[in-house]
Design a protein around this ligand. Structure first.
Ligand SMILES: [Zn+2]
Length: 154
């Protein structure tokens, strides 16, 4: 049996990687990278014989490293868990709680993607986000939400 098939069979009936697991994975990697940074800083302070600062970053290193490992363990627990119903509930709760921030990030990503072709702006009255093609000079906009009319530069 190929590795792929074996993996597939092993993952049968298990939760697998969901959105919450991906989030845990990123958070864990972030912690581990921060831990590496703290190690560098502590060594830098040690070289300058600043023992107080060295100790602080040493402790910070252990704390952040510990959190990173714990998050990774939690990630593995979720991915390989057989209690799929419970894990899905947690995933839904995660998605519900983070929907605003995730929407904000994805809208920023979209703005960045078409920054050359569109200019984004908000209605001055109701703050509705809109976009218009760039390089059209000044345009008159009527807000879809509150019918406010205003002039904006593209
Ligand atoms: Zn408006």
């Amino acid at each position: 049996m190929s590795f792929r098939n074996r993996l597939y069979r092993f993952m049968q009936g298990r939760n697998g990687v969901d959105a919450f697991a991906k989030f845990l994975n990123r958070l864990s990697l972030g912690c581990l990278l921060t831990a590496i940074l703290f190690t560098f800083l502590s060594l830098l302070f040690l070289r300058h014989e600043m023992i107080g600062a060295y100790n602080v970053f040493r402790i910070l290193y252990y704390v952040v490293y510990g959190i990173g490992i714990a998050l990774m363990a939690y990630w593995a627990f979720r991915v390989f868990s057989r209690n799929i119903a419970k894990r899905q509930k947690e995933n839904t709760r995660y998605l519900y709680r983070t929907q605003r921030i995730r929407r904000w990030f994805s809208s920023k990503k979209q703005e960045w993607k078409d920054r050359k072709t569109y200019r984004y702006f908000k209605c001055p009255q109701c703050k509705l986000r809109m976009r218009a093609p760039r390089h059209k000079g000044k345009i008159r906009v009527t807000c879809k939400n509150c019918s406010n009319v205003f002039i904006t530069k593209t």
